[in-house]
Write a new protein. Sequence first.
Length: 315
Amino acid sequence: MTTGMPSGPVRFSTIGLPEAQRVALWEKHNATALIGLRCRSLDDRALEATEINLQLPRVHVARVTGNSHVVERTRAVVRRLPSEAVACYLTLVGEAFFYHDDGVQVVRPGQLIVCDADRPFMRGFSQGLEELAVKVPRQVWREVAGPEPLTLPRVFDFGTGGVQARALARLAGRAVHPETSRPVDEDTLLGLLAGVVSGRPAELSTVHLAMAKAYAEDRLGDSGLNAARIAKGIGISERHLSRVFAAGGTTVPQYLLARRLEGARALLAAGGNPTVAEVAARCGFGSAAHFSHRFKERYGVRATDVLREARAADG
């Protein structure tokens, strides 16, 4: 079953599909949306797997969950479905073995494995899995990570690794969150990934900005959120935080206001039963009147009109 809009995350799941067709449909989906693979179950249970895919201008991000199974990218599959890409798998739940021509590696939760997607491999998930996948076209990979070819898979820690590794996992994870996906800055994502695999520190301002935005996004509904709390939450000074946002042409208050208004507009456009005051409170505005004024100022229409039109469209 597939849901979603082409411009945002798209969800595909085998759950609810005819059991005899699940593996074939899963293979078909991955061949189109991510990387072509052969799939087989490890036991008699039907495959229960779900994938949330997000295509950015240059790279693809996905969140994959499933019960125990094995996937193979054989030479025949590579010839039939070449990817011309580097695959990055961030393991969140469940150990995975990675078999390739030069040996076997075990990838544990909190680890990232990076490989050339057109070199044959097999991956197995005996206890099921939840992981993030980032597919980077080779040309883009050379631009961000250097010209040296990726001849062997490489494993990195993002659970206990450096700040940019943790920021990478958080940024990718938020982009394809099953309930609350957030916009992702592709340049920041690629910069963090390049820093992790090359060992070269990314620009600290890039890392700090990504962390600050992620911290703020998780707390937009808190009307008390401000620059001081964000700075303390990610371990930098408030003055440095202000410089980081200023380099991007904005301020912390301006960023918070913009994101809260965007969230409120989406809630109002969805219609339903909430009042304008309830939407304002959910999005971190301490006053409904202040929210209404800012909304009209930003969008040129009243919040009540947006909600009324949405309800009318619902019938």
